[in-house]
Design a protein around this ligand. Structure first.
Ligand SMILES: Cc1cc2nc3c(=O)[nH]c(=O)nc-3n(C[C@H](O)[C@H](O)[C@H](O)COP(=O)(O)OP(=O)(O)OC[C@H]3O[C@@H](n4cnc5c(N)ncnc54)[C@H](O)[C@@H]3O)c2cc1C
Length: 292
């Protein structure tokens, strides 16, 4: 029996990952799976555990840079309908990890549920947002999360409630293999007021970030009490270019890629920024994006 036996309808080999990420760069996944149900996901996870195959979860691909060499093992996407349901009841909303974060925010606003609207414009999935505690100056997703179901690397499904969950700046304790679903408890508010507030957040975001480009959002975490973008700007790195990758003029913590770029260009530019900021300002920057 091969690894794929029984999983042919949901697993593809040598799947180019560029088309699944916002950077649109990098090589292929050795295996790429889109399970249609939780049971299928569980069976696949168990098979990979038996065969010693590494698994990674890919959400919307907006915080990942895939190396040009590609990714060994299995990359799983929860893009099928079963993982994307969103339902509101009272002050609570339940969302599948595969749902788009933007969809969750619009349902919340429509239902007159406040809290998530500062996250408007953050691309990607609910699962990706929870994994990295996505946020903005107005707050983060973790502060509204009251429950989550997850799948471990051995295929076990666990329920995690508020006491089990901790969130910090771009970090969460949801570090099992897969986040499947989460529940958010929000505040009741007038939907019209909420819509206006969300639009304001959206205008500010659009004005400050190069949203129309190939990128993965902020490359580096803000060091405590400082802005990585300001440090990069102070180190005179805006506009620096290697191959098809450039430090954005609009927001120095963004690297934007053009159609000629490779992941290698982005990685070399990351190294250049890191070493120049350390040399000139004495600060070690840590990447916020994940490099696969
Ligand atoms: C233009 C742009 C603007 C951005 N602005 C912001 C911003 O303002 N604030 C902010 O915080 N981020 C921002 N980001 C970064 C990014 O959008 C967020 O980090 C987002 O939450 C990532 O979600 P994703 O689904 O795309 O995750 P991916 O990039 O697919 O994955 C990121 C990580 O999450 C893990 N993951 C994904 N889904 C699951 C799951 N179901 N279970 C377990 N792990 C999972 C992956 O394994 C990976 O480790 C921006 C990105 C871009 C491109």
């Amino acid at each position: 029996m091969s690894l794929l036996t029984g999983f042919e309808p949901i697993v593809r080999q040598s799947e180019p990952l560029a088309q699944h990420t916002w950077f649109r760069l990098g090589g292929a996944a050795e295996y790429f799976a889109e399970p249609r149900t939780t049971d299928e996901l569980q069976a696949l996870v168990r098979r990979c555990a038996e065969e010693g195959i590494q698994i990674r979860l890919l959400g919307g691909g907006s915080n990942v840079l895939v190396r040009d060499e590609g990714v060994p093992g299995m990359v799983v996407s929860l893009s099928e309908q079963a993982f994307g349901a969103i339902a509101a009841k009272g002050r609570k909303i339940t969302a599948g990890a595969g749902a788009k974060l933007g969809h969750l925010i619009s349902v919340a606003v429509r239902e007159g549920l406040a809290g998530l609207e500062p996250l408007v414009g953050i691309p990607g999935s609910v699962g990706g947002a929870l994994h990295g505690n996505a946020g903005s100056r107005g707050g983060d997703i973790g502060q509204w999360t009251c429950r989550a179901s997850v799948m471990t690397r051995s295929g076990e499904i666990l329920e995690r409630d508020r006491d089990d969950l901790t969130f910090a700046y771009r970090e969460s304790s949801l570090d099992e293999l897969a986040i499947l679903q989460a529940e958010f408890e929000l505040e009741k508010e007038d939907p019209e007021e909420l819509t206006k507030r969300m639009q304001k957040y959206w205008i500010v975001k659009k004005a400050n970030q190069p949203l129309g480009h190939q990128s993965a959002g902020c490359i580096f975490k803000n060091p405590r009490g400082m802005s990585a973008g300001m440090l990069i700007d102070q180190a005179a790195l805006k506009g620096s270019r290697i191959g098809g990758a450039e430090v954005s003029d609009a927001h120095a913590n963004f690297i934007v890629a053009d159609s000629s770029a490779s992941s290698h260009d982005v990685l070399r530019l990351i190294d250049l920024v890191r070493s120049r900021v350390a040399e000139r300002l004495g600060v070690e920057l840590e990447t916020e994006i994940e490099i696969w």
